[in-house]
Design a protein around this ligand. Structure first.
Ligand code: NDP
Length: 399
C-alpha cells in the first residue's frame, strides 16, 4: 500500500514500528526519524528482515525546514508523530507544506506552560481542508481508543449519551520505588496539574488529586483512582450528543503519590528554569534525566492495565448503562514486542489510526478528533492487532 514516516524513537514509537511491521500489506515501507538517530537504528536492527522495508534518519522536529526536507526526501504517504506534544505544530506545518497526512497521539502543549488544549491544532482546520490532507488528532489509547469507544457506543448503543466516565487503571508493578510509565516530563506535568471535568457545558476545576474514588476494575480488582484533567474531555463534550458530564479518572498507588508530593515540595517538578552552576536548567527535565527510562520498565513490569469508558444515557426513551474496556497484560506485551503495556496501548492505536487514513477509510481533508470518524473499522482492527475490547451492560458505576 504505502509508506509512513514515524517521528520519534521512544517507548511508543518502538511499538508503532513493531505493529507497522506486523501489517506489511499497509506499511510496505517505514522511515523512523528522531533527534537521536542511534535509537532509530536500534529499532531498525530489531525489526528489520520482515516484509516492511525500514530506513532511518535524524531530524530535529522543532525545525519545520528540517522536517520539510526530510518529507520531501522520503516521500511518505503519512506522518505518524510519536515524538512529544511540543512538536505537534511544527510537524503539522511541515505536513501542510508537503501535503502529507498527519496522525498524532497527544495534543499540542507549549513547552513553557503546562496546559494542553486543542485550540492550537483546531486552528489548522481550514488550512488542512484547503491542502486536501487529513490530520487525525489523538490516536493513542486515551485520547484515542476512548474516543473510538465513545463513537461506537453512540452509534450502536444509545440515542444520547449523558454521562461518560473514562477510567484508566494501571495495576502494573515495575519494582522501582518511583518511575513513570511514559515520558516522565509529560506524565508529571499531567498529574501535578489541577483536575477538571465538564458539567453542563462548563469546565469545573479541582485541586490536583482532590477527587478520589475507589473502583473495582474487571480483571484487576479494587483501585484508588483520582480525577484528572485530560485532553479528550474537551473534544468528546463537543462531539458526543447529549453530554451532561464527562470525567476522567486514573489510578495511582499511595507510594507513587507520596513520592510525587515530596518531589513537588522540594521543587523538582517545576518547569520554571533555575540557575545551576552558571547554567539554566528546568528542574522537571533534570528529574527526567535521573528517573528510570520508561523503555527500561518493559522487562520488569508485571500485571495488567484496564482502560475504558462507562456510558450512561438513553436508548428508545429508557435509561441505559454500558461499559467498554480493554485489559492489557504488561508481560504479554513485552513478550510480543519488547515494551510494557502503556507504550503498547498507545502504539497499537497510532498504527491503526494511520492505517485508517492510508486505506482511505478515514481520509477526509481537515483536522479531526478520532470520535468524528466511523468507529467500526477501528474497533475491528483493535481486536486484530492486540487490543481486544470487552463490554458490559451492567457495570458498577462511579458515584
Ligand atoms: P519518549 O520520551 O519515550 O519518546 C519521545 C521521542 O521523541 C524520543 O525518541 C525523542 O528523542 C523524540 N523527540 C523529542 N523531541 C524531539 C525533537 N525535537 N525532534 C525529534 N525527535 C524528538 O515518549 P513516549 O514514546 O512515551 O511518548 C510519545 C508520545 O506519545 C508523547 O507525545 C506522549 O504524550 C504520547 N502518549 C500518548 C498516550 C495516549 O494514550 N494518547 C499515552 C502515552 C504517551 P530522544 O530519544 O532524542 O529524546
Amino acid at each position: 500500500m504505502g509508506k509512513a514516516l514515524i517521528i520519534g524513537a521512544g517507548g511508543v514509537a518502538s511499538v508503532v514500528v513493531a505493529k507497522c511491521c506486523q501489517n506489511a500489506e499497509v506499511f510496505e515501507e517505514i522511515c523512523i526519524a528522531s533527534r537521536t538517530k542511534e535509537k532509530c537504528d536500534a529499532l531498525k536492527a530489531k525489526w528489520d528482515g520482515g516484509k516492511t522495508k525500514i530506513t532511518t534518519a535524524r531530524v530535529d522536529a522543532d525545525k519545520v525546514d528540517e522536517l520539510v526536507a526530510l518529507i520531501q526526501k522520503e516521500k511518505p504517504d503519512i506522518v505518524i508523530n510519536v515524538a512529544l506534544p511540543y512538536q505537534d505544530l511544527t510537524i503539522m506545518d511541515a505536513c501542510l507544506a508537503t501535503k502529507v497526512d498527519y496522525v498524532d497521539t497527544a495534543n499540542y502543549e507549549p513547552p513553557d506552560t503546562a496546559k494542553f488544549e486543542y485550540k492550537w491544532q483546531w486552528a489548522y482546520r481550514e488550512k488542512f481542508k484547503e491542502a486536501g490532507i487529513t490530520a487525525l488528532l489523538g490516536s493513542g489509547f486515551d485520547p484515542g481508543v476512548t474516543g473510538v469507544f465513545s463513537a461506537y457506543a453512540m452509534k450502536h448503543e444509545f440515542d444520547e449519551i449523558n454521562y461518560i466516565d473514562i477510567l484508566d487503571a494501571n495495576a502494573g508493578d515495575h519494582g522501582y520505588p518511583f518511575a513513570t510509565n511514559f515520558n516522565p516530563e509529560i506524565n508529571i506535568r499531567e498529574v501535578s496539574a489541577k483536575g477538571s471535568y465538564i458539567e453542563d457545558g462548563r469546565w469545573v476545576e479541582t485541586e490536583p488529586m482532590e477527587i478520589k474514588r475507589v473502583y473495582n476494575f474487571p480483571e484487576i480488582g479494587e483501585k484508588d483512582m483520582y480525577l484528572l484533567h485530560h485532553e479528550e474531555l474537551e473534544s468528546l463534550a463537543l462531539n458526543i450528543k447529549g453530554i451532561k458530564r464527562i470525567r476522567f479518572f486514573m489510578t495511582f498507588s499511595q507510594s507513587y503519590l507520596t513520592h510525587l508530593k515530596c518531589l513537588e515540595n522540594v521543587g523538582m517538578t517545576s518547569i520554571e528554569p533555575i540557575d545551576f552552576e552558571g547554567k539554566q536548567i528546568v528542574p522537571l527535565q533534570f528529574l527526567k534525566a535521573v528517573l528510570p527510562d520508561p523503555a527500561s520498565l518493559g522487562p520488569r513490569t508485571k500485571g495488567k492495565t484496564n482502560i475504558g469508558c462507562i456510558f450512561r444515557g438513553k436508548k428508545d426513551g429508557r435509561d441505559k448503562t454500558y461499559y467498554l474496556y480493554n485489559v492489557c497484560d504488561h508481560e504479554e506485551c513485552y513478550k510480543e514486542v519488547g515494551s510494557q503495556a502503556i507504550s503498547y496501548t498507545t502504539g497499537v492505536p497510532a498504527m491503526i489510526g494511520a492505517m485508517m487514513v492510508m486505506t482511505g477509510k478515514w481520509k477526509k481533508p481537515g483536522v479531526y478528533n478520532i470520535e468524528e470518524f466511523d468507529p467500526d473499522p477501528f474497533m475491528d482492527a483493535l481486536n486484530r492487532f492486540g487490543l481486544p475490547w470487552q463490554e458490559s451492560h451492567h457495570p458498577d458505576l462511579v458515584e
